[in-house]
Design a binder for this molecule. Structure first.
Ligand SMILES: Cc1cc2nc3c(=O)[nH]c(=O)nc-3n(C[C@H](O)[C@H](O)[C@H](O)COP(=O)(O)OP(=O)(O)OC[C@H]3O[C@@H](n4cnc5c(N)ncnc54)[C@H](O)[C@@H]3O)c2cc1C
Length: 318
């Protein structure tokens, strides 16, 4: 049986109280949100905090609301709450797409949005969704509040810009008209971490009637994408016609910039293939939502032509 090392426990009653406790106990203190990542890591002794500061009592950080033209999500919002939120799903369908395929109902009931982002697992789904939406993270400490772009939030695997003594308190997404978003994930089985996944958000020039892309966001996870995003593919999309050919090329560019590694979930070349294909599919689904149209027809390929980034067929296979 795996047992965590001895740890002090404090229960915070407000954000100020949590920040005061974090300041008092120093860098060896860790915040406990849903505990779905932290507790298993403590059992494996991969994390050995001296003090746990339980923030489950901070119900004031559990909300989803529209304020000043932004969707605002409190850091203690549970996955299940985000999945149930009509306002989140109507504004940004990508969030429901992603939440539907994160873990299982037990994890979703207690795991939090803030905990997922702060855990910064390189295969984490919401980090890719928020990168696609170009979200802003709100971080608080005893002296005030600062905001950080989603793409500057993660500094490496399991690392973020949230410093000792700080809390992630909110995630903000600007609501821009003429947009649509979607998330596509491939896992080994239902509820598993992704082998690869892509999120896309697309905004059209002059609202949904135009066929020209004003801006696009692409989020990728589990495929070694820098900052969970695909900046070169986004540059390519800006000003381009919103067609399946454009999306296929954007997928290729996204795949070329990934650095996937082979592991128990799959070989690197397969993950690269997923990055390209899922990016193209997510863009197509995002466009369909932006315009209210059905899915685009598939890209026409000549016989034997491979889909973007697809691995070469194995010789002698069936
Ligand atoms: C069986 C299983 C399957 C899973 N499958 C998936 C999956 O398919 N996709 C996916 O994306 N995730 C998956 N997860 C991860 C799951 O979504 C996260 O474990 C969980 O949501 C993390 O949130 P938490 O509230 O439990 O964080 P905790 O475990 O409590 O905390 C995680 C880390 O974040 C820090 N932290 C938490 N909140 C804050 C805050 N507000 N400010 C600063 N630091 C904070 C903690 O100190 C800790 O270091 C899975 C987990 C399990 C157990």
């Amino acid at each position: 049986m795996q047992v965590p090392a001895y740890v002090e426990y404090e229960k915070a009653t407000s954000v100020d109280h949590a920040l005061t406790l974090l300041a008092r106990f120093g860098p060896e203190a860790r915040v406990l949100a849903g505990g779905h990542s932290l507790i298993p890591m403590m059992k494996l002794r991969l994390a050995q905090p001296e003090t746990l500061i339980d923030i489950n009592g901070l119900t004031g950080l559990s909300y989803i609301e529209v304020t000043d033209g932004e969707l605002r999500i409190g850091a203690m919002t549970r996955h299940a709450q985000l999945l149930d939120s009509a306002v989140a799903g109507q504004r940004f369908a990508i969030l429901h797409d992603a939440e539907r395929v994160i873990a299982d109902p037990v994890v979703r009931l207690w795991g939090t949005v803030g905990g997922s982002l702060c855990q910064a697992d390189p295969s984490e789904d919401l980090s890719a969704a928020f990168a696609a939406l170009k979200a802003t993270m709100v971080i608080q400490n005893l002296t005030g509040t600062r905001t950080v772009h989603a793409r500057e939030f993660h500094t490496g695997p399991y690392e973020t810009v949230v410093a000792p003594g700080e809390l992630l308190t909110e995630i903000r997404i600007a609501i821009v008209p003429g947009g649509g978003s979607a998330y596509q994930k491939v896992g080994r089985r239902v509820g598993d971490w992704p082998i690869g996944a892509a999120g896309a958000a697309i905004w059209l020039d002059n609202g949904s009637d135009s066929g020209t892309i004003a801006d696009a966001g692409i989020g990728l996870t589990a495929v070694g994408a820098e900052h969970f995003s695909a900046a070169a593919a986004e540059d390519f999309l800006r000003g381009a016609p919103a067609t399946q050919e454009t999306f296929a090329r954007a997928g290729q560019i996204a795949a070329e910039h990934c650095r996937p590694v082979s592991d128990q979930r799959g070989p690197a070349d397969y993950k690269r293939h997923l990055a390209g294909e899922l990016t193209a599919r997510a863009l197509g689904a995002a466009l369909a939502r932006a315009t209210g149209a059905g899915p685009l027809p598939p890209v026409q390929r000549s016989p034997g032509q491979r889909s973007p980034g697809s691995p070469r067929p194995r010789r002698g296979g069936s």
